[in-house]
Design a protein around this ligand. Structure first.
Ligand code: NAD
Length: 487
């Protein structure tokens, strides 16, 4: 079997070698998963929850070890890796606890003509779910699908990013400790081809997180067998600062939201639109804070390297393209890039049609622009192809502005807060994808709705029969007039 290497992004050193699973290997994994799914789906919600809770305990007790694996593979500081694990455990707990309430059978009204029936709806597991993940949040992001798919009663075959395979394998190994009977959660490793093979391996649904370009390929491969997909793709999230905003809080949110994880966050802040009356004060606060953030691999650095070498070229193109068009770097700039490390960069006066404003940069960069009023800010925020998350800082109008931004999620007077709330759905619109992970919607994504109508007694008025009489037809006409005619 051929293999691929994983490199420490800070040093370039090889930190692991993993098999490239071919189509036949992936199909075999899905076949094994099918058997495991029969075992797993036959457990009650309570039995599954008990196992998922035990898994949560294992992850929590060994969090330092998992954080170490994440740090070596993709470079994020240990403390950030630990925070990522903490948030993931909240989701795992919520999914296990709420699956029965959200998915279990419930009675629904039958309506006038069907009053002799009882009606129930319940959400049944699909079977085997394929999950394809990215590297930037190698635990939190795939677990948004894995935890919810498992809680809903599915088996999962997970293809982690080729940059973070050990993190993926760690998750599957720890799960196997608490569920040793069957391979309910398996990992297959490899490059894009392995992901494509998973789309075609007979899974019942495919949850993809990654770039919109790969999302298109995933959809096309899944379309061959009518396999439904969830696409969690990229973003170009905006942060809006209203004239009554708390500027210290907003500046802190912009810098942390834009630079944390070296900007490699799908819901990271990439663009900032600030009311002209508070623009100068806001920019100087951003400069103060951004200057204190440093990229490095030592313990004192707040952000790590850029994990994917090709991304460094994109970041450079965005910064240089903006500067060539007259933008100013008030922090960082052309010299911010050295090897795989990018120092914080804040650009102002960037024309709105620059790549730095329109395309996902995925680096520790921010563009900050002045707006006449918040209507202009909303229009500009809505001006890209993306629609993942958004942030609004405003004392009076936060909720109103958040609603007007076309994005799947929005945080008011804080940043990225929605991702830490398991009851809230997570996902985007437009190029940012579709479908939802997290929350009740995230549980239902990995199920199909099963509707059952049960006749309790013979109807006084038989309608679903060729034996219908002229009298009953006339009665139907009368009922229509009475119930709907007056509208
Ligand atoms: P990517 O699209 O390059 O890769 C994602 C995964 O897809 C990897 O596992 C990769 O091996 C696999 N893949 C590649 N080609 C494939 C193919 N033809 N068929 C099937 N699978 C294939 O993305 P990435 O660089 O790993 O991640 C960064 C992107 O992910 C950014 O755009 C970021 O915004 C996005 N992201 C989105 C979310 C979200 O929830 N919306 C979360 C995290 C990251």
């Amino acid at each position: 079997m051929s293999t691929f290497e994983v490199h420490d992004p800070a040093t370039g050193e090889v930190v692991g070698t993993y098999p490239i699973h071919e189509a036949a290997d992936v199909e075999a994994a899905v076949r094994r998963a099918r058997g495991a799914a029969a075992f797993w789906s036959a457990l009650s919600f309570e039995e599954r929850a008990a196992r998922l809770d035990r898994w949560r305990g294992v992850i929590a007790r060994r969090a330092a070890q998992l954080a170490g694996v994440m740090h070596v593979e993709m470079g994020k500081p240990h403390a950030d890796a630990t925070l990522e694990i903490a948030l993931t455990l909240e989701h795992l707990a919520w999914a296990a606890k709420n699956a029965k309430k959200v998915l279990g059978p419930r009675s629904v009204p039958t309506g006038l003509f069907m009053a002799n029936h009882a009606a129930t709806v319940e959400y049944l597991p699909l079977g085997v779910v394929g999950v394809i993940g990215p590297w930037n949040y190698p635990v939190f992001t795939p677990m948004g699908s894995i935890a919810y798919a498992l809680a809903a009663g599915n088996a999962v075959v997970f293809k982690p990013s080729e940059y973070t395979p050990a993190t993926g394998a760690w998750l599957a190994d720890s799960f196997a400790q608490v569920v040793p009977e069957h391979p309910v959660l398996q990992v297959v490793t490899g490059l894009g081809g392995t992901g494509a093979a998973l789309c075609r391996a007979g899974v019942d649904k495919l949850a993809f997180t990654g770039s919109p370009g790969t999302g298109r390929k995933v959809m096309a491969a899944c379309a061959e067998n009518l396999v439904p997909v969830i696409i969690e793709a990229g973003g170009k999230d905006a942060l809006l600062v209203d004239l009554d905003a708390d500027l210290d809080e907003a500046a802190e949110a912009a810098v942390w939201g834009g630079m944390a994880n070296a900007g490699q966050t799908c819901i990271g802040v990439e663009r900032v639109y600030v009311h002209e009356r508070v623009y100068d004060a806001f920019v100087s606060k951003v400069i103060d804070r951004a200057k204190r953030v440093r990229a490095g691999s030592d313990a004192g650095a707040q952000i790590g390297p850029i994990a994917m070498p090709s991304q460094v070229d994109i970041i450079r193109r965005h910064i240089e393209g903006a500067l060539e068009r007259g933008a100013k770097a008030v922090v960082g700039g052309k010299d911010a890039i050295s090897g795989s490390f990018v120092q914080p960069t804040v650009l102002v006066d960037v024309p709105e049609d620059c790549a730095a404003v329109r395309e996902e940069t995925f680096g520790p960069t921010l563009t900050v622009a002045k707006v006449r009023d918040m209507d202009e800010a909303v229009n500009l925020a809505n001006g890209t192809r993306y629609g993942l998350g958004a942030t609004v800082f405003s004392k009076r109008r936060g909720l109103d502005l958040a609603r007007r931004i076309r994005s799947g999620m929005a945080a008011v007077n804080a940043v990225i807060s929605y991702a830490g709330m398991p009851a809230l759905p997570f996902g985007g619109v437009a190029e940012s994808g579709f479908g939802r992970i997290h929350g009740p919607d995230g549980l239902r994504e990995f199920t199909y709705a099963k509707a059952i109508a049960r006749q309790r007694f013979k109807p006084p008025l038989a309608l679903l029969t060729f034996a219908r009489t002229a009298k009953s037809d006339a009665l139907v006409a009368k009922i229509i007039a009475l119930t709907h005619g007056g509208k």
